[in-house]
Design a protein. Structure first.
Length: 242
């Protein structure tokens, strides 16, 4: 049963915070981190758990996870992202999610928020997330599907006409590259592809696939091909390692 705490009020609060991402990132990431803690806690207790945050940037979620009692370690390959809030934060490792420098079966929870669409080989990163999770542990991965309204990130909605076109159009309009460059740091990832991986992997069982920001009663969207790509906004996969 998806948590009934996923209400319309919560969706509105998240959307309002998202609108302030550029002007007040601390507020946005604070709201998102608190929501992630609540959402993960529906599946697995955080208190005392070791959590690896793949693509955690400067550790936006570190405080919230630690406040919930988890031992938090973050990984990100980008020094600019790691130091986005000042000095390199404690507990962060510089590495890629596609080659995690972590022992097999060593973390209770492997978490990733809004990273898979920035990785050229997302299936490899998902396999790595499952590998480092202990048997019985939880993998929690979310991403923005390409065909969602925000799929092209700052080049949206032009990504619907193609990622290459959207990137060129952005350069023409703004006079500089977008932060998320199609083909370099932004790639096409669909819900269909993620679900095929989740149902096909032999090392973990898919517990839940749900639209991350939607109210609980809208979870059915994920079961409808085409509609789910357009209307989910963000997909969460929850898996249990065998
Ligand atoms: C949109 S940010 C998401 C940050 C944070 N997880 C959140 O949800 O707000 C995407 C992050 O993915 C990171 N990233 C890009 N490629 C990666 C890779 N191969 N492995 C791990 N992280 C990666 C970027 O450096 C960046 O910090």
């Amino acid at each position: 049963m998806v948590g009934r705490t996923n209400t319309v009020d919560r969706s509105v609060q998240l959307f309002r915070a998202f609108l302030k991402e550029q002007t007040d990132p601390d507020h946005f990431y604070g709201v998102l981190a608190a929501d992630s803690v609540r959402q993960i806690s529906e599946y697995v207790p955080l208190n005392g758990a070791t959590i690896l945050d793949v693509g955690g940037g400067p550790g936006y979620f570190a405080d919230a996870f630690r406040a919930a009692g988890a031992r938090y370690v973050g990984i990100d390959p980008d020094v600019g992202e790691l130091s986005a809030r000042g000095d390199l934060p404690a507990g962060m490792i510089r590495a890629s999610g596609t080659e995690l420098p972590i022992r097999t079966g060593s973390v209770d929870i492997c978490y990733s928020s809004n990273v898979l669409e920035h990785v050229a080989d997302p299936v490899r990163m998902l396999d790595e997330m499952v590998r480092v999770t202990r048997p019985g542990g939880t993998v929690f991965a979310s991403f923005t599907p390409w065909f969602s309204p925000w799929g092209g990130h700052e080049t949206a909605p032009w990504h619907f006409l193609g990622g290459r076109y959207a990137r060129q159009r952005y350069i023409r309009e703004k006079g500089h590259e977008p932060k998320n460059k199609f083909g370099e740091s932004l790639f096409v990832l669909t819900i269909g592809k993620a679900l095929r991986w989740a149902r096909g992997t032999s090392d973990a069982v898919l517990v839940r696939a749900l639209p991350r920001y939607h109210p609980w009663w809208a979870t059915w969207i994920v079961r409808v091909p085409v509609l789910r790509e357009l209307a989910s906004w963000n997909l969460v996969l929850v898996l249990r390692k065998r």
